[in-house]
Design a protein around this ligand. Sequence first.
Ligand SMILES: *[C@@H]1O[C@H](CO)[C@@H](O)[C@H](O)[C@H]1NC(C)=O
Ligand SMILES: *[C@@H]1O[C@H](CO)[C@@H](O)[C@H](O)[C@H]1NC(C)=O
Ligand SMILES: *[C@@H]1O[C@H](CO)[C@@H](O)[C@H](O)[C@H]1NC(C)=O
Ligand SMILES: *[C@@H]1O[C@H](CO)[C@@H](O)[C@H](O)[C@H]1NC(C)=O
Length: 444
Amino acid sequence: MIQRWSRKKTPLPLLTLTFLVLIVCSVFYNESSLRVFNPDQTPPLRHRPKITYVEPNRDPTSERGVLDRFSRCNSTKEYSGRSTRSGGSGGEGGGGPGRRDSGSHECDVTSGKWVLDNVTYPLYEESECPYMSDQLACHKHGRADIGYQHWRWQPHRCDLLRWSTSEMWEKLRNKRLMFVGDSLNRGQWISMLCLLQSAAAKDKRSITPNAPLTIFRAEKYNATVEFLWAPLLVESNSDDPVNHRLEERIIRPDSIRTHALKWEQADILVFNTYLWWRQSPVKLLWSDDEEGECEELDGMDAMELAMETWADWVMTRLDPSKRVFFVTMSPTHQLSEEWKPGSKGNCYGETEPIKSESHWGSGSDLPTMRMVERVLGRLGSRVSAINITQLSEYRKDGHPSIYRKFWEALRPEQLADPSSFSDCIHWCLPGVQDIWNQLLFHFL
Ligand SMILES: *[C@@H]1O[C@H](CO)[C@@H](O)[C@H](O)[C@H]1NC(C)=O
Ligand SMILES: *[C@@H]1O[C@H](CO)[C@@H](O)[C@H](O)[C@H]1NC(C)=O
Ligand SMILES: *[C@@H]1O[C@H](CO)[C@@H](O)[C@H](O)[C@H]1NC(C)=O
Ligand SMILES: *[C@@H]1O[C@H](CO)[C@@H](O)[C@H](O)[C@H]1NC(C)=O
């Protein structure tokens, strides 16, 4: 798979800088060239040296150059064992894992099943949402089976709050809601815009394409719904919302301040990060490094460093009145053998959810999930997990596959084998991500 995609490492043709192009610009190939690996063979931190604590670089006035897509490592050495996490392991504060994900609600709304409901769903029409992305508008791009739009998530022991656009607006009145993360999170943001826009008077709403921060403003409610591109949470050379398809991934593991300056005024923050870390290795360029000497680390271990820096920022910097959510890993459906033994395809051609209870694919790395749990566990009630992983695992039918806009011309040999270029990462809208937002609505 890596080889197939690596032939396409040519820069995107210059895109016109309209907002639409901006939001739909694809990170598809970055995220689908991620190797599939067996979670059991990659325990985190196996090769890590002894951890030494470094102070996170919190100073927004620091002189240190910001990473951009032209940054290069002058040399690369092994990981030295630095982390922004103080203290050793253990000592988790704030109660055990699992207690955060349902907020004050007792029932676990993430345990349930998909039920066909063509009366209530979809919650909006694809063609009626002006903010729809060509990456996610599957029906428009030729998908004829639209069953994927009609599934309702039914928790086993309770009901999810019924979505109400007007109630959601009331929850957002005089507030800034900001999604921060990668293209999966951007999909959830677009879903939210589509869910909300019908109730915002047409002439009293506007969208500001202020890349990398895009702001949807509804005057009627004095509210904004925003998206900040920050696929690795910490500073990285992939922070350009359009041009981030790079050979080498460089992060500043101890620095999140350039992003934090953009999000610290928001009232409700919804973070995600995951898929980008699956492309190993990651180069680390610590803030105090003068010579451009990078360290190299496995992607999942690097994600832990970034999560620690993010957690430090949430704990020490964020106004406690702000609500913070973290969306867990978005599953991929790259290997149909995982639900159809013996088959060789992926999500292409799938029209129904997986029925087998607790199906879990190799795209959702369990050691990473445990790491996320540990980090969120230490943050206690400060951050609520929106645990979308299990419910989305069932939705092999929910991805665009070939029914989306592709940004580069497809070659004849690809066209001859549709599963070879299928997008089994992002999600068609209306669809699965509307339910993620319904969970957010439920917890708010
Ligand atoms: C909804 O599904 C039922 C049962 O499959 C079908 O009879 C009905 O025609 C569908 N309604 C719509 C509006 O698609
Ligand atoms: C609009 O919301 C902001 C907070 O986001 C608040 O400071 C301001 O007072 C609000 N304006 C009105 C007219 O309510
Ligand atoms: C690499 O070295 C050059 C020359 O010393 C320097 O200008 C550059 O900033 C270094 N790169 C990084 C990423 O620090
Ligand atoms: C999310 O749910 C899965 C099971 O559905 C569980 O294994 C995992 O620990 C949960 N993650 C978090 C961060 O709560």
